[in-house]
Write a protein that binds this ligand. Sequence first.
Ligand code: GAP
Length: 461
Amino acid sequence: MKPKLVKQLRGQKGQLVGTLGAMASPNPELFDKVVNLCKRRSFVFPSAEIYGGFRSTYDYGPLGVLLLRNVKDAWWRSMVQMRTDVVGLDAAILSPPQVWEASGHLANFSDPLVDCTECKTRHREDQLDDPNICPSCGAVGKFTEARAFNLMFKTQAGPVEGAGADVYLRPETAQGMFINFKNVLETSRKKPPFGIAQVGKSFRNEITPGNFVFRTREFEQMELEFFVPPEEADDWYEYWMNERYQWYLDLGIPSDQLRMRPHEDDELSHYSSGTSDVEFMFPWGWGELEGVANRGDYDLRQHAEHSGQKLEYFDQGTGERYVPYCIEPAAGATRSMMAFLMAAYDEEEVNDDTRTVLRLHPRLAPYKVAVLPLSKKDTLLPKAEEVLALLQPHFMCDYDITQAIGKRYRRQDEIGTPYCVTIDFDSLEDDAVTVRERDSMEQDRIPVDGLVTYLEERLAL
Ligand code: GAP
């Protein structure tokens, strides 16, 4: 690692790592407001709703799919596109038992499950306020002994039920990077320190899913496995803690709603010698957005042993051979999306009316620009369509011609669109449009031929 980098990290240490103060406070009302907005404005729908719903499973609607994609793109941009030491991967979701035997998930990836013999509900023992009292019926001392419940979904590959091979849906994307370490090392011309990044679905048979998309059985992760010479592991651990904390701040999470919390020893996963969580003040209290872990050489050694392959780095310059350590920033895409929505939600009084506005960072906003002809009159629509066609190659645009312009502004505010472009009757004469900014509601008159540049400069995507 370059000495300059280490110095920079040390300088930041006191400010970010271990910031534990309870700065913001829980806000249960906000939860209902955001969940309602998500349904009403097509961000997130309960899955299989026409069949009565499928518990804790969600579908991402027209706006949710844009927002979630923007969260993942922002992560990819910062973790892959803007770096020379990270490459991408998209590994299979289905994998054979050997992978999970080696990783330790078959033996260790479980939660302690207890059943209430009174009301027959199931609970995670480690999440109970009082391990003797059932939170559903209040019965005291009626729990069964705790059983280890493995969280992996198991299924069968092959057309004949019962005769196929067991396979698992991955519970984390990380193992895809470890089992491809050799492939990537040999083909990408990278050497430690370097990383492999992946975004994709993971599956866990959670005992207590809930809090909307915070904990679901099917969710998306954004993970980086960053392989380093063992003696640099501590510095890189610190480096990634700072980088990842800053990423959320840069995308608009206020600093009083974000903290970095180091794990206690008894919280550490089976592979980790040190983990710190980036936590967000959700409406019910602090909750994990991302874990940054020092996984040491655990995974590469395990897979080397189980597969019989050499998973190590040979430095031709020095003749040194070693198993790299791995620093892992592991984030949830769906969970982060929820945090960005919660942090962006705002209500303010404007002209005796309550304006709901999502103050999303422009990079995350589903639509960057809404094109709004002042009226539905035939005379305005061709000009509006011309402006829309000019903007669409550059920005994700909405086009709305229904209802009064004030109502349409409010609709765009509520879904976080940073700019509205209004085409009025003067536009037919002066070839200019009115641009309204979401947060300040200020308006500018801009010539159509300067519109793309004007928006590009302000959106700074
Ligand atoms: N490879 C390490 C790993 O998977 P993790 O802390 O279990 O670590 C990383 O998961 C992130 O994935 C979490 O911080 C969280 O944001 C997200 N995540 C984990 N389980 C989830 C669930 N059931 N629903 C939604 N997001 C989840």
